[in-house]
Design a protein around this ligand. Structure first.
Ligand code: GLV
Length: 324
């Protein structure tokens, strides 16, 4: 039997591609921009495996166009771009890359929180615009982080890692979660209702996956509950927050500021009003982007792909029901 045929939707590090070449006949999409839906559909027609990115929509129609498909390996911990139920129905295992990006992403959530609180991007613009003429007692004053209250919504691996960082800053940590409630006290936090987290926190950081339930979980009502001195940090998924409601809340001063690693849609259009606000820092979905972590994620995605096409159980499978 020849090597399994796989389609990889973006160029990965050479070390990962070399490992894949040993097991698979590879086609790699070399463009910087992703292949569109129709192209992926065409490319996987006779493929055994697909290595996808979070930019690639993988739905039932796409799966049905690839009758030989035996594995979908997503290079991300999140997999809201994939119709997992449709994959399970077709007994196609779906892989993801949990764990390796936890600390890197938590570092970044904290970096975003600190950058917004202490107005670092504004300060750089201030200098570049030629405004630094003297030391001034009030210019560019921000919010204290040490001793403030951090609300964490969602307490999976990344939410917990953010809480551990917050402890070092002597923060009061309020956690709203459906899972891992037993970990809250251990990490030095306190369980709180969704409403209490919103109304008492100086910083609210989102760490839930995108699902039908979490879509727009932060909208006008929730933003109104937040303090006018509070900051919202989103490193989860863009559409967990209603972007229009956020713009209004920031513009009206209902909340103080926001730091967004993720937007809806991605990329955020240049004309999106959120980009015109000084109190909204937007960065291009880079929370897991350290050189080491991205290399590990690529390797994990390769491990899942190789396992799938060689008939082995995926080391990280999000729909293990396919094996029962
Ligand atoms: C990034 O957002 C990921 O899900 O890995």
């Amino acid at each position: 039997m020849g090597k399994a045929k796989v389609f990889v939707t973006r160029r990965l590090p050479d070390a990962t591609l070399n490992r894949l070449v040993a097991h698979c006949e590879l086609e790699v999409w070399e463009d910087f921009l992703p292949p569109d839906y129709a192209t992926i559909r065409e490319k996987i027609r006779d493929r055994d495996g697909l290595l996808s990115l979070l930019t690639d929509r993988v739905d039932a129609r796409l799966m049905d166009a690839a009758p030989k498909l035996r594995v979908i390996s997503n290079l991300a911990v999140g997999y809201d771009n994939i119709d997992v139920d449709a994959a399970t129905e077709r007994r196609i295992p779906v892989g993801n890359t949990p764990g390796v990006l936890t600390e890197t992403t938590a570092d970044f959530a904290f970096a975003l929180l600190m950058a917004v609180a202490r107005r670092i991007p504004e300060a750089q613009t201030y200098i570049r615009d030629g405004n630094w003429r003297t030391w001034h007692p009030t210019v560019l004053s921000g919010q204290d982080i040490f001793g403030a209250t951090l609300g964490i919504i969602g307490f999976g691996r990344i939410g917990q890692a953010v809480a551990r960082r917050a402890r070092g800053f002597n923060m009061t940590i309020l956690v709203n979660t459906e899972e891992n409630k037993d970990k809250i006290q251990e990490i030095g936090g306190e369980e709180a209702s969704f409403e209490r987290v919103l109304s008492e926190s100086d910083f609210v950081s989102l760490h839930v996956p995108l699902t039908e339930t979490t879509q727009h979980m932060i909208g006008e009502r929730e933003l109104t509950l937040m303090k006018s001195s509070a900051t919202l940090i989103n490193t989860a998924r863009g559409s967990v927050v209603d972007g229009e409601a956020l713009h209004q809340a920031l513009d009206r001063g209902d909340i103080l500021a926001a730091g967004l690693d993720v937007t809806d849609p991605e990329p955020i259009p240049l004309e999106d009003p959120l980009l015109s606000l000084d109190n909204c820092l937007v960065v291009p979905h880079i929370a897991s982007a350290s050189v080491a972590t991205r290399a590990k994620m690529a390797d994990m995605a390769a491990d899942n792909l190789i396992a799938g096409v060689t008939g082995n159980r995926l080391p990280n499978c999000v729909n293990p029901d396919v094996y029962t």
